[in-house]
Design a protein around this ligand. Structure first.
Ligand SMILES: NC(=O)c1ccc[n+]([C@@H]2O[C@H](COP(=O)([O-])OP(=O)(O)OC[C@H]3O[C@@H](n4cnc5c(N)ncnc54)[C@H](O)[C@@H]3O)[C@@H](O)[C@H]2O)c1
Ligand SMILES: CC(C)[C@H](C(=O)O)[C@@H](O)C(=O)O
Ligand SMILES: [Mg+2]
Length: 356
């Protein structure tokens, strides 16, 4: 029996997480696996109910679960709260930190039938399969932050960007290990021409490379990496980068796959892993049955593979998703002429039909 903590959160979160649950239940029935779900509040929803975006009970549930599935947090309703009470800074980041989830795996793969949904030309993206590893508990996000009033009026805002050797080494090691499981190529992305933290990053990665002579290591500055992802994304296999660069590059990469609604993620490195789509709470489409549930459903598939070692079950979900897309079913974000437009729930039903 696998205990899964569900944290739907805000916006489209409470719409998409139940879709992934239905898919997990169907997989459980088919392969005779038992999943037990327990739901907790996080983000704005938790703030509204308890006065804090990350209640102690939520953290405690996560700690005694085998894996966590999160929807998304945040939205305009909570944007003017004090930073420590905001869903992003008060819940999501502290949750990742508290659980020690220092590596975030974000695979950008273009499904065979979706190559023409990309903003790029089909031949540039078809067959694309990149694994971006984003450092998740360091860098600017977790540096010191403060504000100062200036004598001449106005303020100064300060954030520090810090990385230690150990922080770089553990995530880079994961990059090398991942490269070994794939095409033996690792691209480390930094800004070593300007940032001291990136100079250290590069030195540590270079040093570690001695342990992985079979892996072809390259370095690229982040500005160039953004450009190369659009110019010729298939040059990449595994990429590893720091927190903020990874945040930005993965939203960019998601568009190569057709939509941000397609890109799942796994945050690992601690005792219990967290799975979530890379997108946010999409307030503009929330509550309208418009959200693409596939990123969350594929995050559940990653959970089966990475946390539970259920490879066959994970593949069954991925195959069902591919098959539904091949049949021409689309949510609004990946809609193309001649295809059948479905809502969040109907897309899930189509996937469930394939799965059963
Ligand atoms: N992990 C998280 O919880 C997370 C991640 C990113 C943003 N956020 C938060 O979400 C809120 C909104 O942020 P944003 O608008 O910058 O980013 P967003 O990812 O929520 O939305 C960006 C655009 O993509 C669309 N989109 C996102 N997910 C979709 C899906 N599944 N199906 C179809 N379309 C989808 C949205 O409609 C919107 O047009 C903010 O409060 C932000 O801080 C949370
Ligand atoms: C909401 C925000 C804090 C978060 C991040 O920047 O890590 C999000 O953009 C993500 O990609 O998961
Ligand atoms: Mg992001």
């Amino acid at each position: 029996m696998y205990k899964i903590a569900l944290l739907p959160g805000d916006g489209i979160g409470p719409e998409i997480v139940p879709q992934a649950v239905k898919v997990l239940e169907a997989v459980g029935e088919k392969y005779n696996r038992e999943f037990q779900f327990e739901t907790a509040l996080i983000g704005g929803a938790a703030y509204d109910a308890t006065g804090h975006p990350l209640p102690e009970e939520t953290l405690e549930l996560c700690r005694r679960s085998d894996a966590i599935l999160l929807g998304a947090v945040g939205g305009p309703k909570w944007d003017s709260l004090e930073p420590h009470l905001r869903p992003e800074r008060g819940a999501l980041l502290p949750l990742r930190k508290a659980l020690g989830l220092y590596a975030n795996l974000r695979p950008a793969t273009v499904k065979p039938s979706l190559a023409d949904a990309s903003t790029l030309k089909e031949d540039i993206v078809s067959g694309l399969d990149i694994m971006i590893i984003r450092e998740l508990t360091g860098g600017l996000y977790f540096g010191q932050k403060h504000r100062e009033d200036l004598p001449e009026g106005g303020q100064k805002a300060v954030e520090t960007l810090e990385y230690s050797t150990a922080e770089v080494e553990r995530v880079a090691r994961l990059g090398f290990e991942m490269a070994r499981k794939r095409d033996n190529r690792l691209m480390s992305v930094d800004k070593a021409n300007v940032l001291e933290s990136s100079r250290l990053w590069r030195e540590v990665v270079e040093e570690l490379a001695k342990e992985y002579p079979d892996v072809e290591l390259s370095h690229m500055y982040v500005d160039n990496a953004a450009m190369q992802l659009v110019r010729n994304p298939k040059q990449f296999d595994v990429m590893v980068t720091e927190n903020m660069f990874g945040d930005i590059l993965t939203d960019l990469a998601s568009q190569l796959t057709g939509s941000i609604g397609m890109l799942p993620s796994a945050s690992i490195g601690g005792e219990v892993a967290l799975y979530e789509p890379i997108h946010g709470s999409a307030p503009d489409i929330a509550g309208q049955n418009l959200a693409n549930p596939i990123a969350t459903i594929l995050s559940a598939a990653m959970m089966l593979r990475v946390s539970f070692g259920l490879e066959q079950e994970a593949q069954a979900i991925e195959a069902a998703v591919n098959s539904v897309l091949e049949q021409g079913y689309r949510t609004g974000d990946i809609m193309q002429p001649g295809m059948t437009s479905l809502g969040t729930v109907e897309m899930t039903e189509a996937i469930l039909k394939e799965l059963r």
